[in-house]
Design a protein around this ligand. Structure first.
Ligand SMILES: Nc1ncnc2c1ncn2[C@@H]1O[C@H](COP(=O)(O)OP(=O)(O)O)[C@@H](O)[C@H]1O
Ligand SMILES: [Mg+2]
Length: 581
């Protein structure tokens, strides 16, 4: 209507220019800040809202295998009528504009997400098996060229036409209704940009999508990415049959009889605790502590199993769920009591809310970068002060117990010698010392005996455990004033620490015992006394070291190598091994 009146009123039209310069605006909108998973999630959102049961996604590599050149999406949802399909590619068009009972509401998701990675968007849809597939498309480059050529309405969208689905997705095309979206002329997914290769890229995307849509996957919706049917990834470890359940079942010696997965539930600290917001809206807070099979021992939060379980990703992360769909899994600055700690990676935190609260959460059209504001944020912080502290305390107790249990059969230095194993590779190699298998075996047998591994199977298990460690350290009882005894076989360093020695008795042992206690059970007085004696003991040990060197006729210079290496190794080891004890 406006354009009509402009045309009929030349005075009004004079000097009036269009508010949007379509070609350039579209090019700029290509940088809306979607990451690949978030962009893919936009299309999945639409499929879910169309009541799809099966959603198939395929990242297609270019002929040279140097990049992803196209991404295809197929769903078996309700499909679109002529009008809706025609408008699918229209920026701002939505059949649910600004509604609060839907996932989408801005009418820009499908196009912005596509344009962030691709320049050509094609869509096929139908609403019943007996109707033909209809098609619309938008090719940014062709449109820009048309504009340069002075064509009229270069950015227009042609009416849908009947067209068969593309060959790329032939095997996934639903028998009944559904929608197919194909992004091509993808120019932002060269390998090396987001991930080194297709497999690594898929791992990342599968990880994000399985978390983002966990409620829907858990509810039975099948999402498949490059032939991998996704299991829900629940960062709270509450759902059953999840990715974590699968990984843990594989690692478990006890498998369920009828096949499938065991379930390893988290400990619930608080469950859907309402957080009231002015105006009557509600958010719900859930906090969990990961199961013992995951928390295991102190220091295991970064190992192979932890990484497979996606534990490191969870450090300080809060999962924000809007209408059952995750819109952010992120660190919120200063919301954890006393800052984020490494152990917090074992604490699951979810804040769920309905779209009425979008403003409080700073929800944006790109469905990213959520951050609770003002009053809401203060309330969440206050609740986390209680629950995160409780979870940390429980975890501390659990780890204390695990450490005491482990000690009884595997020695007090087991955790640290295990941890050093991964660092050893980066240290300079010592010259191999002579020693054959027999000598080695004898040394192990002696050590097994000294450490009380007397029963044959215990002995073998012990020897097996220590045989591939670069360092073996054992506290053993031997007479005399010697504090440590070092033996090297091939390159393995075996150290015996004398438990009768005063340094062990007055410094090591009390500190070690304090370290395994429940923090609540230690008096401040004890802790201060122990640390003072520790500082004393360390200073005296250094003095004794200097004095021992001075006893050599050749003078301390004879030990230059030793002191240099020693200093260097202390630095490297302390730099790389942290939080194990
Ligand atoms: N897979 C699909 N199945 C059916 N309808 C769809 C599908 N994808 C998109 N649509 C329709 O296209 C419209 C535009 O999608 P989009 O740009 O993502 O906006 P929004 O989701 O915010 O409404 C939607 O409102 C919906 O009507
Ligand atoms: Mg949408």
């Amino acid at each position: 209507m406006t354009t009509l009146s402009l045309k009929t009123d030349p005075k009004a039209a004079a000097g009036r220019i269009p508010m949007i310069q379509t070609g350039q605006a579209l090019m700029s909108l290509r940088d809306s800040g979607y990451d690949l998973s978030a962009a893919i999630a936009e299309v999945v959102d639409n499929s879910i809202e169309a009541n799809a049961n099966t959603i198939t996604i395929e990242l297609i590599e270019g002929a040279g295998k140097e990049k992803v050149s196209a991404i295809a999406f197929v769903d078996d949802g309700a499909g679109m009528d002529f009008e809706t399909l025609h408008n699918y590619l229209v920026m701002g068009f939505s059949t649910r504009w600004m509604r609060t009972d839907t996932i989408g509401k801005y009418g820009v998701g499908a196009k912005l997400a596509a344009l962030n990675f691709a320049k050509h968007i094609q869509v096929w849809s139908r609403q019943a098996s007996e109707t033909a597939w209809r098609y619309v498309g938008f090719d940014l480059e062709a449109c820009i060229k048309a504009e340069e050529d002075g064509e009229e309405n270069p950015f227009g969208i042609d009416e849908p036409v009947e067209r068969a689905p593309p060959p790329e997705v032939a095997k996934y095309v639903p028998k009944g209704s559904g929608t197919i979206v194909l992004w091509s002329s993808v120019d932002r997914l060269d390998h090396g940009r987001w991930a080194a290769n297709l497999n690594l890229l898929l791992v990342e995307v599968q990880k994000d999508i399985s978390r983002t849509f966990r409620e829907f996957i858990d509810g039975g919706i099948a999402i498949t990415i490059n032939d991998q049917r996704l299991l829900a990834h629940d960062p709270l470890f509450q759902m059953t049959g999840t990715w974590a359940d699968e990984v843990l079942t594989k690692a478990d010696s006890e498998k369920p009889k009828g096949g499938g997965h065991n379930h390893y539930p988290a400990l619930v600290i608080t469950d859907r605790e309402p957080i009231h917001v002015k105006g009557g809206g509600k958010a719900y807070l859930t906090v969990t502590l990961y199961p013992e099979q995951v928390t295991r021992r102190r220091g295991s939060g970064g190992d192979e199993l932890a990484r497979r379980l996606r534990v490191p990703d969870n450090e300080g992360a809060v999962s924000f769920m809007r209408s059952r769909r995750e819109i952010a899994y992120t660190n919120v600055p200063r919301i954890f009591p006393r800052g984020v700690q490494e152990a917090d990676r074992f604490i699951g935190i979810e804040v769920a809310f309905t779209p009425e609260l979008d403003e409080f959460f700073g929800v944006r059209n790109v469905k990213r970068g959520v951050e609770p504001h003002g009053e809401l944020r203060d309330k969440i912080r206050a609740r986390l002060a209680v629950h995160v502290s409780a979870a940390r305390k429980l975890l501390d107790n659990r780890w204390g117990k695990a450490a005491r249990a482990a000690q009884t059969h595997s020695g007090e230095h087991a955790a640290i010698t295990e941890a050093v194993k991964t660092v050893e590779a980066t240290l300079p190699k010592s010259p191999p010392q002579p020693g054959d298998d027999k000598k080695r075996r004898d040394a192990y047998e002696r050590l097994a005996k000294d450490t009380g591994h007397d029963k044959p199977d215990e002995k073998e298990e012990y020897i097996k455990r220590i045989s591939d460690l670069p360092f073996v350290v054992e506290s053993v009882d031997f007479p005399g004033k010697m504090f440590i005894e070092v033996e090297v076989i091939n390159r393995q360093v075996i150290i015996r620490l004398n438990t009768r020695h005063r340094f062990y008795q007055e410094l090591w042992k009390p500190l070690h015992e304090l370290g395994t206690m429940d923090p609540g059970a230690v008096s401040g007085d004890d802790a201060v006394k122990a640390s003072r004696r520790a500082v004393e003991g360390l200073s005296l040990m250094i003095m004794a070291f200097g004095k021992a060197m001075s006893m050599d006729e050749k003078g301390p210079g004879a030990y230059d190598d030793l002191t240099t290496y020693w200093g260097q190794f202390i630095d490297t080891l302390m730099g790389k091994v942290k939080g194990v004890v």
